[in-house]
Design a protein around this ligand. Structure first.
Ligand code: AMP
Length: 287
């Protein structure tokens, strides 16, 4: 298969067709990259695709809004589905798009066998969204088994997700590499997210509280972990219309909270609700 700079990707809706395309590429000695997404693509997703292009010869993007990783009161039904625009955005960037139906992925209606994310999966996003990470790791495992990529790309935007995928790959000896790609932000600091399109104009301004809190914390990092945390929290105190869910500084190697007297690398994670929209962000902080 050849790809020109404007060609639209091959769209595959079945597991069998996807396996066949990858098998043919492998027979030609091509390296395969997988970029798992839920669609509603933006520049953050495209950065993963571009990195995949650097690392592999065949870039497969999956677009699947996975019911298993949404809670009963979450936005599964209204999550944006924009396949035509996504395919246009991927023209000349990705070789193939795997966009299965829910029935193709879960023919029995649900998955009896699931992957459990373990203790870190119960914290932060996992505490706010019970079952989310088990559902995410289950579908990611399925995608890995369907596409069998040499490398899969994940965004640092979902830092806990990237950590848990790497943990799963190590724990289960999965034969692929995982690459985490830095967060792509708007010029004013807002991390790109498919959910940003839910925000009204006023909420879009309030949403900057998350990245501003990360910046304030970073500025205080020379004074230690408690000072950095306090600086981040102060931003939310000033902005009661933004409802903080959690703000925590973790050790990026373990994802456990950093001790107050810690030095070295930290990662600040923040989640908050702006109106009905739940947003997350994170940034490294060195102590
Ligand atoms: P999603 O479609 O939200 O499931 O995201 C698919 C992938 O894109 C995940 O690995 C995300 O971490 C990544 N991603 C989403 N937003 C960004 C961003 N602003 N910068 C970098 N990666 C991102």
């Amino acid at each position: 298969m050849t790809t020109t700079s404007t060609s639209t990707p091959t769209v595959l809706s079945t597991i069998a067709a996807t396996r066949e395309l990858v098998r043919a590429a492998r027979a030609e000695g091509r390296r395969v990259a997988l970029v798992p997404t839920m669609g509603a693509l933006h520049e953050g997703h495209l950065a993963l695709v571009a990195r995949g292009r650097e690392l592999a010869d065949l870039v497969v993007v999956s677009i699947f809004v996975n019911p298993l990783q949404f809670g009963p009161n979450e936005d599964f039904e209204r999550y944006p589905r924009t396949l035509d625009a996504d395919l246009a955005a991927l023209a000349g960037r990705a070789d193939a798009v795997f966009a299965p139906s829910v029935a193709e992925m879960y023919p029995a209606g649900a998955s009896q066998t699931t992957v459990h994310a373990g203790a870190v999966g119960e914290r932060y996003e996992g505490a706010a969204r019970p079952g989310h990470f088990d559902g995410m790791l289950t579908v990611v495992s399925k995608l890995f088994n369907i596409v069998q990529p040499d490398v899969a790309l994940f965004g640092q935007k979902d830092a806990q997700q990237a950590f848990l995928v790497k943990q799963m790959v190590a724990d289960l000896n999965l034969p692929l590499a995982i690459e985490a790609v830095p967060i792509v932000r708007e010029a004013d600091g807002l991390a790109l997210s498919s959910r940003n399109r839910y925000l009204s104009q006023g909420e879009r301004v309030l949403a900057l509280t998350l990245s501003a809190a990360l910046g304030d914390a970073e500025e205080e990092s020379v004074r230690g972990v408690p000072a950095a945390r306090a600086a981040g929290l102060a931003r939310f105190d000033q902005q009661p219309d933004v409802r903080l869910d959690y703000l925590v500084i973790v050790d990026p190697a373990t994802f456990l909270p950093l001790e107050d007297d810690a030095t070295g690398d930290g990662l600040m994670l923040v989640a908050a609700r702006v109106g009905a929209t739940r947003l997350i962000d994170n940034a490294p902080i060195h102590f």
